[in-house]
Design a binder for this molecule. Structure first.
Ligand SMILES: [Zn+2]
Length: 446
């Protein structure tokens, strides 16, 4: 420890005494990038801006407005997107980039064991790099990754992206989720239960809850994820309160996986920042969420999407039963989303996508949630705001992502049509920029 402090002191001394390092002025003529298009969605105010010009300096937006003059000079690169509509990059508040389950192995229980037992953290981080790239190309420029990443694989991926080693979205990482013993694993024999701690940190007392939060921050977490309930294993209200207090003490957020009356009530009473899924949730808990400004992250999909999970090997009768079950599930989710919005609960979009769905990329399958939101009665503007400004606020990143404004990251997507009129345009993103760098451009420079 002494040697480390000494080294820190030496480095500081060198930094302070080296002439010119701190004082070097920014070169005057560094290049600016300018994007022009027909429309821009001002997501904060729910308004369309005509003939927008966005001036980008490095990773960040310098200026934006209708028809503002393009700075003269050879150091300006103009990207003219013609008739396209611009909007901020999407925020997915609930991802699992380091898992990509396969329906062929059965459901979650089988896939979880196979993933954790067979894949090294390094291999999972590389898988995450692929999933992250697929999100980015679909216009998802920021994600909150909420666990199931092995031991700190999400931190490794986040840092690799930030260093420019691989291309991917901005990541808010949670490290391992806190949970009751067993995490979300299905039945495991005694010797196999060691697998659990690869994926979850078990807590059974208030002290363990506090320790787990502190450990997560030491491990590099930006936020905390808690699995409030898995079957009859439920984190107690006292433990939840300790988790929230410990995270909020250092201005970090808590995301709570909670389903059903008891778990959603515990999460809301404890004052978490978001409740994930809440496939069933009573009205009084929704009211508490609205009063405490707790976001709902509805990880919903349209009925036809769930139908695609129905195995082809089943008998006609079994298929019919499963189809009816998925249809009821989707309908119930639509109903609870309507009740949440009516109660005044704010919505942040989250995909919870962790399966390979046919040949869809991770980004393409994740955006199918928007269809479910639409079927629940959300307007295109409400969906766009859930997937931009609201997500940014939930992450605590409202100063850097979620809208096209000066000072924020230049995270911008473009579509041919106008997503504020037809939200399915978001399935056909044609241009993506992240931190000022063009990720894709299928629009000819017109
Ligand atoms: Zn999830």
């Amino acid at each position: 420890m002494y040697a480390r402090r000494l080294k820190t002191a030496v480095v500081l001394f060198l930094l302070l005494s080296t002439p010119g390092i701190a004082q070097t002025p920014q070169p005057e003529s560094h290049p600016l990038v300018v994007i022009r298009a027909a429309k821009l969605l001002d997501v904060k105010n729910g308004k369309e801006v005509l003939n927008p010009v966005v001036i980008i300096d490095g990773a960040r937006i310098k200026e934006v407005g209708p028809g503002i003059p393009i700075p003269a000079g050879a150091q300006v690169q103009v990207i003219d997107l013609g008739k396209a509509t611009l909007m901020p990059g999407l925020v997915d508040a609930h991802t699992h980039l380091l898992q990509n389950y396969d329906f062929a192995y059965g459901g979650d229980d089988n896939n979880m064991v196979l993933t954790v037992a067979q894949m090294s953290p390094a291999e999972r981080a590389l898988l995450g790099a692929k999933m992250g790239r697929e999100d980015l190309e679909a216009g998802i420029t920021t994600v909150r990754d909420v666990g199931n990443s092995g031991i700190n694989g999400d931190v490794a991926l986040r840092d690799a992206i930030n260093k420019g080693w691989v291309s991917g979205p901005h990541i808010v990482a949670s490290t391992r989720a806190l949970s009751a013993p067993g995490g979300q694993f299905g039945n495991l024999q005694h010797d196999a239960q060691a697998l659990v701690e690869q994926e979850y940190v078990a807590i059974a007392t208030v002290d363990e809850a506090r320790r787990a939060v502190q450990q997560a921050f030491y491990d590099g977490a930006d936020c905390i994820k808690v699995i409030v309930n898995t079957g009859p294993r439920v984190v107690s209200l006292e433990e939840m309160k300790a988790i929230v207090e410990e995270a909020h003490r250092v201005h970090r957020k808590v995301a709570a996986h909670a389903i059903g009356d008891d778990a959603t009530r515990i999460a809301a009473e404890a004052g978490v920042d978001s409740i994930e899924h809440a496939y069933t949730v009573p009205d009084d808990v929704l009211q508490m969420m609205a009063a405490k400004k707790i976001f709902l992250v509805p990880t919903d999909y349209p009925a036809d999407f769930y139908m695609s999970f129905v195995s082809a090997t089943k008998t006609a009768d079994e298929r019919k039963q499963e189809e009816a079950m998925f249809s009821r599930f989707a309908q119930r989710n639509h109903d609870r989303l309507r009740r949440a919005i009516a109660a005044g609960v704010r919505i942040a979009a989250g995909s919870d996508q962790y399966y390979q769905v046919g040949k869809l990329t991770r980004g393409e399958s994740s955006k199918r949630t928007f269809q479910a939101y639409s079927e629940s009665g959300m307007t295109p503007w409400q969906i766009i705001q859930a997937a931009t400004v609201n997500g940014a606020e939930l992450l605590g990143w409202q100063d850097r992502v979620g809208s096209i404004e000066p000072g924020k990251f230049a995270d911008i997507l473009a579509t041919d049509g106008n997503p504020a009129e037809d939200v399915t345009e978001l399935q056909k993103v044609k241009f993506v920029m992240k931190s000022g760098e063009v990720v894709r451009n299928d629009l000819s420079s017109r």
